[in-house]
Design a binder for this molecule. Sequence first.
Ligand SMILES: [Zn+2]
Length: 91
Amino acid sequence: MKESYRLTNDEKWVLKPQLYESSGGKCEYPSCEFSNYQKLTIHHVLPISIAIQLGMSREVINQIENLMILCRPHHNLADEEAFEGYRANTT
Ligand SMILES: [Zn+2]
């Protein structure tokens, strides 16, 4: 069920170039200069699992305002920070 919320390859095909352009062609993490398009990944600012708990629709979760382009290490870091931030706000 959760899988259906993930971006399809077709959606990525459309969104990734837009994110890449708006980020200036690099990872959006502050001061990161990683610019290899193939290795950059699309990150959900509000993680999908949290957004589902909050009852958000697939469209809202996957709108470009909730997406960032990040290198793999910063993607992992940003996911951890998002979950920690969410826990901090709810406990
Ligand atoms: Zn980075």
